[in-house]
Design a protein around this ligand. Structure first.
Ligand code: ARG
Length: 265
């Protein structure tokens, strides 16, 4: 009986060992190229309301981020899938492992770094102020002037929201109106529900071009870097994507894509 027990224990130990060795191998194999939510697919979440970085065009999501992501996926031998969700749902989708990466003209901030890892930065953004023609707001300081109390429109959870909330609303200097889409904030400006909109410069240009009577103030609210966000624990995928991105920056592909969408005037 004792002998049978001993043999059984040895067999069980061996089996356990085998299982853990093969699990290690699986992880190592996946780890070399980074593992993705769906095999062979790079799942990117974005908010396609942000021209020229991501926007719908004839049933397809196009733009700078979409094209860079496509080039990255090609390099890694993966198929790219882009899911369009609310901007404030992007980081939760990444941290919960529902998506592989978040790419949405997303600014690298210290707060976001607490919950996600960022790639190398691939573009620069500037927070600007859009006003109606003839607006009393002529520069950023006007927003924080004593007793100003302007109504400011932003896209919810963007840096435009965070900065104006911290710098102005929390100080009792302004009221922030948060919209699901940047375009909705701009519509509120057109109809006079808000006095200005704080948003990234390139979408600002696109929105101003689509609407009459608006202009962008020649004043910068903040300068920031855009990067791709990954779950903290998926460093293998971050490294793989980052390597591909660095190559695409080095060989001029990223600049070519940016130049295709942003014409310098
Ligand atoms: N750069 C800003 C941020 O990271 C705004 C990004 C908005 N992007 C979008 N696809 N809607 O907060």
């Amino acid at each position: 009986m004792k002998k049978i027990m001993r043999v059984a224990i040895i067999i069980l130990t061996l089996a356990a060992l085998l299982i853990s060795v093969s699990a290690c191998q699986r992880r190592a194999a996946a780890g070399s190229g980074g593992f993705t939510v769906e095999e062979g697919v790079l799942v990117m979440v974005t908010n396609a309301e942000f021209p020229p970085y991501e926007f719908w065009d004839g049933g397809r999501i196009v733009g700078i981020d979409a094209e860079i992501a496509d080039a990255i996926a090609n390099k890694l031998g993966l198929r790219l899938r882009i899911d369009d969700i609310d901007f404030n749902a992007i980081l939760p989708a990444v941290t919960s492992g529902r998506a592989d990466m978040g790419m949405a003209g997303m600014t690298v901030t210290e707060e976001r770094k607490q919950s996600v890892n960022f790639s190398t930065s691939y573009a620069t953004g500037v927070q600007v102020i859009i006003v109606r023609d003839g607006s009393p707001i002529t520069n950023a300081d006007d927003l924080s002037a004593e007793g100003a109390n302007f109504n400011i429109g932003v896209q919810e959870a963007t840096t435009g929201d965070l900065y104006t909330t911290w710098d102005l609303e929390d100080e009792g200097l302004a009221t922030i109106h948060r919209f699901r889409r940047g375009a909705d904030a701009v519509q509120a400006l057109v109809t006079g529900r808000v006095d200005c909109v704080v948003i990234d410069n390139e979408p600002a240009k696109a929105f101003v071009a689509m609407n009459r009577g608006l202009r962008i103030l020649d004043t910068e609210f903040a300068v920031e870097n855009y990067a791709i966000a990954f779950a903290l624990e998926n460093t293998a995928l971050r490294d793989a994507v980052d390597g591909a991105l660095r190559d695409l920056i080095a060989d001029g592909t990223v600049q070519r894509i940016i130049d295709k969408y942003i014409k310098v005037d």
